[in-house]
Design a protein around this ligand. Structure first.
Ligand code: P6P
Length: 338
């Protein structure tokens, strides 16, 4: 008889973890399941995108002035619909929307949580069939559940996160998340539409040797970043160098590879964009939360990302994240550069 390994589904795992929180009432459990449901729907559209007219641009731009892809809009609407219908989330901050989306229907408006998300990160890679992702983060709302939601409910430091994670739509579709007790990865079995635990307790491996940066911007980087990149390229077999350069241009895909294989992700500020490109609230903070839960570190070069309180929804931040020894080495080069 073939003995099959016990499969733990995402739903079972979330329920099991719920009992570890004595005051849990199931709200977060339901919210995370709402996110997983939306991810499956988006995954289906991404996989079918090449066959139906859903590739390409909508002809409009998002708040960032970036061309909106049709899948961007589809993903954004899918997650908003799922979260509104689930009733546990009272408001959403999304890369695709300039302002907070607060739910006014009598059910969701009293939700205890708010979500900040990038519904489809890396969407510029869609046409080239490169892995893209959804980044999500969950906070308890600050105000009273009977009061209208304001931006202040969402503009919280990443250290206040209740949960954060990403979905990577790649050769397989995975949902990776943490509620502050480690990072766990679930792979979608498309034949039955179930996320199954495939990567329990994800941690950055020892002896990391990958650095990820868009070296096309090298000449505009701060000197400390230039010095660190040269350090990565130096021939030092004892130190495991030269490191390997890997960069996809899709944050979720780059971070996921670095988490599994061991590497640092670098997106610094430049003279033209001193705060870099990545957004603090719905890109840097959730990824930083996962990085720390996986034994790593995330900083803006000086400050711990999770300590930074966003002042605006779409605020950007320089972003350095990965194994702590790599981030700390880069921070030393940056300090020498001051
Ligand atoms: P660049 C995708 O557009 C994104 O927001 C992140 O997913 C990715 O890490 C970054 O931008 C890539 O930016 O300037 O290297 O193309």
């Amino acid at each position: 008889m073939v003995t099959r390994k016990k499969i733990t589904t995402l739903t079972e795992f979330i329920m099991q973890r719920q009992y570890e929180y004595p005051h849990a009432r199931g709200s977060l459990t339901r919210l995370l399941n709402d996110i997983a449901t939306a991810a499956k729907i988006v995954n289906r559209e991404i996989n079918a995108a090449g066959l139906v007219d859903i590739l390409g641009s909508t002809g409009s731009e998002n708040v960032q002035g970036e061309t909106q892809k049709k899948l961007d809009v589809f993903a954004n609407e899918t997650f908003i619909t799922a979260l509104r219908g689930g009733g546990e989330c009272c408001a959403i901050a999304s890369e695709e929307n300039e302002k907070v989306i607060s739910f006014r229907d009598q059910y969701a408006e009293h939700g205890r949580y708010v979500v900040a998300m990038d519904p489809l990160d890396g969407s510029s890679n869609i046409e080239s069939n490169v892995s893209i992702g959804t980044i999500f983060s969950v906070y308890r709302r600050l105000g009273d559940t009977n009061d209208p939601v304001t931006e202040m409910d969402i503009l919280q430091a990443g250290k206040e996160l209740v949960a954060a994670g990403y979905v990577i739509y790649g050769s397989s579709t995975m949902l990776v998340y943490s509620t502050g007790r480690g990072v766990n990865g679930f792979t979608l079995d498309p034949s039955v539409g179930i996320f199954c635990l495939s990567h329990p307790n994800m941690q950055f491996p020892g002896n990391p040797r990958i650095y990820s940066v868009n070296e096309g911007n090298y000449v505009h980087f701060p000197q400390g970043v230039k010095s660190y990149i040269k350090y990565c390229q130096e021939d030092d077999p004892e130190g495991g160098r030269p490191y390997t350069s890997r960069y996809i241009g899709s944050l979720v895909a780059d971070f996921h590879r670095n988490l599994i294989k061991g590497g640092i992700f670098i997106y610094p500020g430049t003279e033209r964009m001193p705060q870099g490109k990545l957004r603090l609230l719905y890109e840097c903070s959730p990824v930083a939360f996962l990085a720390e839960q996986a034994g790593g570190k995330a900083s803006d070069g000086e400050r711990r990302i999770l300590d930074i309180i966003p002042q605006t929804l779409h605020q950007r931040s320089p972003f350095f994240t990965g194994p702590h020894e790599m981030v700390e080495k880069l921070e030393l080069f940056l300090q020498e550069d001051l």
